[in-house]
Design a protein around this ligand. Structure first.
Ligand code: OGA
Ligand code: FE2
Length: 355
C-alpha cells in the first residue's frame, strides 16, 4: 500500500515536470515579457471573461502570470445622493456625492479623532520638508511672486504608521473604492501635508496625461523622487483626509467640477481664464465645489476615467482640477492616499510597492 502511493507520487512528479517544461515557452509567458500585440491575439486576456482566459490556456501554469486587477468605479448618482456604506464590520458611514464629473464623494467621520492625531503625530515625528510639485520647481511666479504650492510635507509608510493601523485603513479604502486590496497595498505611501497661514496649493491634477510611452512611476524603477522625464504618475483616485479643524480658510476646491464642455474648452485653451481659475487664493469661492476642512472627513475622487472596454486606467479627467485654498488663520493638516492603477497595456507589470 505504502509502496503504491510512493510510486503514484513519483508518477505525478514526472507528469507535473512535463507540464512545466511545456509551458516554459507558452503563450502566457510571451505576453508577460513582451506585452506587445496581445490585443490581436485570440487568446488575449479579456478582463470581462476570466473564465474564458483560464479555460483557453493550455497549461496549468497560468496562475504564475501576474495580472494587475481590473478597476471598478463608483456610480455617483446625482449631486446630494447619500449612500450608507459599511466600511468595516458593523461600522457604517455616509458617502455623499458632491459632484458627478468627476465623481467626488465626501465621507464625514471617515477617521476618528485618535486616527487623525496618530497621523499628525507620526508626520511630526518623521519631520516635514518643503513641498515640491512633480517635475517642477516651486519658485515664485516672476510676475506675481505667487508660489503655486506653499506647504510642508512628508511621506508615511508601514514603519511610521504601524501595521495594525495601516491594515485597518487599507481594508476601509478597499471597501470604500470597491478596488482590490492588492491595488490599495500597491499604491504610494501616505503623504501628509501641513499648511500655515497663506499656505495653499493652486488648482492642479493629481495625475499625468498619457502622452508618450513613459511607464507609470509605480511600475518603474525611476529614481526617487521620480520625474516626468522618466515616468508618469498614474493615480486613478485620490482619498484626501482633513486631519484638523482649521481656524480660517483651507478649503479644498474644484473649480471645474461639473462644468459644461464650453467652459472646459476655454479653460484648456489656457490664457487668462485658466490662469484666474487655477489661482485659488482668488478663485477659491467661485469654484463649483468647495469643501470646508472638517476633522475626520475624507474626500474621494477620480483623476482618470476608467477605460470602458478594458476596465483599466483611462484618460486623465480634466474636470478633476482641484487644490487647497489659502489658510487664513491657524494651521491645516491633510493627508493624501493616492490609488495607483495600471493601463491595459501594462497590466502584466507589478507595482514596485508590493513584494
Ligand atoms: C494635494 C491637494 C488639497 C488641499 O495635496 O494634492 O490637492 O486641500 N491638496 O490641501
Ligand atoms: Fe491634489
Amino acid at each position: 500500500m505504502k509502496m503504491c502511493s510512493y510510486l503514484r507520487n513519483i508518477l505525478l512528479l514526472v507528469l507535473l515536470n512535463e507540464i512545466h517544461l511545456h509551458t516554459a515557452h507558452g503563450q502566457l509567458s510571451d505576453d508577460y515579457t513582451g506585452h506587445s500585440n496581445a490585443d490581436s491575439d485570440e487568446n488575449a486576456f479579456d478582463p470581462h471573461n476570466l473564465l474564458k482566459y483560464y479555460a483557453t490556456s493550455q497549461t496549468t501554469k497560468e496562475e504564475e502570470v501576474y495580472v494587475f486587477p481590473p478597476l471598478s468605479r463608483l456610480d455617483p448618482g446625482d449631486v446630494g445622493t447619500i449612500v450608507s456604506v459599511e466600511l468595516s464590520p458593523g461600522r457604517w458611514f455616509d458617502r455623499i456625492t458632491r459632484a458627478v464629473k468627476p465623481p467626488i464623494f465626501e465621507i464625514p467621520d471617515f477617521l476618528s479623532d485618535e486616527e487623525c492625531d496618530h497621523i499628525i503625530n507620526s508626520a511630526a515625528r518623521n519631520g516635514l520638508g518643503t513641498s515640491q510639485i512633480y517635475g517642477e520647481d516651486n519658485e515664485p511666479d516672476p510676475n506675481t511672486q505667487d508660489i503655486f504650492r506653499v506647504s510642508q510635507q512628508t511621506w508615511l509608510n508601514r514603519n511610521n504608521l504601524g501595521g495594525m493601523f495601516l491594515d485597518n485603513l487599507q481594508n476601509k479604502l478597499s471597501t470604500l473604492l470597491n478596488l482590490s486590496k492588492e491595488i490599495i497595498k500597491g499604491s504610494e505611501s501616505m503623504q501628509v501635508v501641513n499648511y500655515l497661514p497663506n499656505g495653499h496649493y493652486h488648482a492642479h491634477l493629481d495625475s499625468t496625461r498619457n502622452t508618450g510611452n513613459k511607464p507609470c512611476c509605480f511600475q518603474s524603477s525611476c529614481p526617487t523622487p521620480p520625474g516626468p522625464e522618466c515616468c508618469r504618475i498614474c493615480r486613478y483616485a485620490t482619498v484626501l483626509y482633513f486631519l484638523n479643524n482649521v481656524d480660517g480658510g483651507g478649503e479644498t476646491a474644484f473649480p471645474l467640477a461639473d462644468a459644461d464642455e464650453n467652459t472646459m474648452t476655454r479653460f484648456l485653451e489656457g490664457g487668462n481664464l485658466a490662469h484666474q481659475w487655477r489661482n485659488l487664493s482668488n478663485f477659491c469661492h467661485n469654484s463649483s465645489v468647495v469643501i470646508g476642512p472638517k476633522r475626520g472627513t475624507a474626500i474621494m475622487w477620480y483623476s482618470h476615467l476608467m477605460e470602458a472596454e478594458t476596465n483599466y486606467l483611462g484618460e486623465i479627467d480634466d474636470y478633476s482640477y482641484h487644490g487647497g485654498c489659502d489658510v487664513t488663520k491657524g494651521t491645516k493638516w491633510i493627508a493624501n492616499n493616492w490609488i495607483n492603477a495600471a493601463t491595459y497595456n501594462e497590466r502584466f507589470v507589478k507595482s514596485i510597492w508590493v513584494d
